[in-house]
Design a protein around this ligand. Structure first.
Ligand SMILES: [Zn+2]
Length: 219
């Protein structure tokens, strides 16, 4: 079998080998990379978290790597702390994607996000996390008040997981609701999305994940 994927986890296997977990447009796959810890072996680029590789593997239930090509590494991201943090969170999120989803679409979105974190890491991460909620079975109610179903909504509540009307509003501001609506529903180039205080927004999104999903993220 031949495929392309992003390496998101590598664990040691026996003395000199590794098990490499990749996410592809067909979903998750784990591959034995034999002898990868041997310095003479050239598969070390296959065993590197973040690398995007094309690979040929045996047709077995627990396949072995036959050969691979490096398509792209993420080395440049390690030079910037915000990019590195965003990259780390994206890699963590990948491991939670369940196997019964439409992976073609998600895989493309991950590749696009990895490009976008080079443009604006906090913004790209915010867009990614808000849009990915849907794939974890969480649909923030951003159209009607979560308490009375009024569509005259003015604010956003993290603990309640959605919008609030003027009567039920909390102290959080209108801008946050607008950003969540824009980032959740709209599809456009990263530069066309509104800017915001991304440290504040990311705190907000991470709190949302910690309350409403089983993915525990740290700020
Ligand atoms: Zn209400």
């Amino acid at each position: 079998m031949k495929a392309e994927g992003i390496v998101y986890k590598v664990i040691p296997y026996k003395e000199t080998s590794s098990i490499v977990y990749l996410y592809t447009k067909f979903g998750h796959i784990s591959v034995k990379s034999i002898g990868s810890k041997n310095k003479k072996n050239q598969s070390f680029l296959f065993d590197n978290v973040g690398n995007i590789v094309s690979f040929l593997i045996t047709d077995s239930e627990f396949p072995t790597l036959i050969e691979y090509n490096l398509i792209k590494d993420q080395y440049d991201l390690t030079k910037d702390i915000s990019m590195l943090k965003a990259f780390g969170i994206i890699i963590k999120i990948i491991s939670y994607i369940s196997n019964d989803l439409s992976h073609n679409r998600i895989y493309s979105f991950i590749l696009k996000t990895l490009d976008d974190i080079r443009i604006n890491p906090k913004k790209a991460l915010s867009i990614f996390l808000i849009k990915m909620l849907y794939n974890f079975g969480v649909n923030p109610n951003l159209k009607t008040c979560v308490l009375c179903e009024s569509n005259l909504i003015t604010s956003f509540s993290i603990p309640l997981g959605g919008a609030l009307c003027d009567i039920h509003k909390n102290e959080e501001n209108n801008d946050l609701l607008k950003i969540w609506q824009e980032y959740y529903y709209e599809k456009k180039d990263i530069n066309l999305y509104s800017d915001y205080d991304f440290d504040l927004l990311l705190n907000n999104i991470i709190e949302y994940y910690n309350i409403h999903t089983n993915i525990k993220l740290k700020v």
